[in-house]
Design a protein around this ligand. Structure first.
Ligand SMILES: Nc1ncnc2c1ncn2[C@@H]1O[C@H](COP(=O)(O)OP(=O)(O)OP(=O)(O)O)[C@@H](O)[C@H]1O
Ligand SMILES: [Mg+2]
Length: 249
């Protein structure tokens, strides 16, 4: 039923967004102010406490910086939403590069990253930096939230989508706790997290999947999310197959 005009809904979403963003920034800021007070007062002459508090302040400042970077990336992608990227990019080196860059995190979490990629090249029309963000977010989430499964699988396949057009799909699968069905439709909302405390303790801002979704939309692709609780989750980035001129045909 229509008891709200679309304009009013957009206004409300914007207000919600500003409120959420402010709250997320205020949390680390409050911690910073608190420690500054402590360092100026009670802990003034305690070098041990000073060392420890400065460490925490460093982490909180880094958190604020990351949040601002993520918000800026999100607004940049939104502004260019109607411009489809047109550079032909080979997905394979991008996926491998992200895998390598997350190897350290994987080792820390006791997870092996298992890449099942085809030989040769797989081109899509895309933006290199944005594609890196997509796979970084998906693989990092799998390592962080699915660590208990001990394994993350990245698979690239060609698939026929529902309308018969062909798609290139990159699936990131973990074998962790998975996600209850009621959360699935909300995961790509900005700041939405299943467990805010858990995400925060891992340095998360809840903007990752929102960014992934916007990037894929801009690439005329889509994000598919499937999960069976207790058996893990699969996040699939799907791209429209770009028709390439076959040499000599
Ligand atoms: N593979 C997964 N298994 C279980 N839960 C997941 C998985 N991936 C994401 N989630 C849930 O979805 C939430 C949103 O993910 P998203 O990537 O948007 O944010 P984040 O990881 O918390 O923060 P950021 O990506 O900014 O570091 C996570 O907080 C987590 O609750
Ligand atoms: Mg994330």
């Amino acid at each position: 039923f229509h008891d709200q005009t679309p304009i009013r809904r957009v206004e409300e979403m914007r207000a919600d967004f500003v409120a959420n963003a402010s709250h997320e920034l205020r949390t680390p800021l409050a911690a910073l102010s608190g420690f500054i007070d402590t360092l100026q007062g009670p802990a003034k002459d305690d070098p041990k406490a000073r060392e420890r508090f400065l460490g925490i302040m460093h982490t909180q400042a880094a958190r604020m910086a990351r949040l601002i970077d993520d918000l800026l990336s999100l607004s940049r992608v939104e502004l260019s939403a109607h411009v489809r990227p047109d550079t032909m990019i080979d997905l394979l080196p991008i996926i491998r590069q992200v895998g390598d860059s997350l190897e350290l995190l994987a080792t820390e979490r006791g997870v092996t990253i298992d890449m099942d990629l085809p030989e040769g090249t797989v081109f899509v029309a895309g933006d290199r930096e944005e594609l890196l963000r997509v796979f970084e977010n998906l693989i990092e989430n799998a390592l962080k939230y699915g660590a208990s499964g001990g394994r993350v699988k990245v698979t690239l396949t060609d698939a026929a989508s529902t309308d018969g057009a062909s798609e290139i799909r990159v699936a990131v699968r973990d074998f962790g706790p998975g996600i209850a069905p009621e959360h699935l439709p909300r995961l790509t909302e900005r700041f939405y997290r299943v467990d805010v405390g858990d995400s925060r303790s891992q340095g998360g801002t809840g903007l990752g999947l929102s960014l992934v979704k916007h990037i894929l939309n801009r690439h005329r692709g889509r994000l598919l999310i499937e999960s069976v609780p207790n058996h893990g989750a699969t996040f699939t980035a799907a791209f429209p197959q770009t028709k390439t001129a076959e040499p000599g045909v």
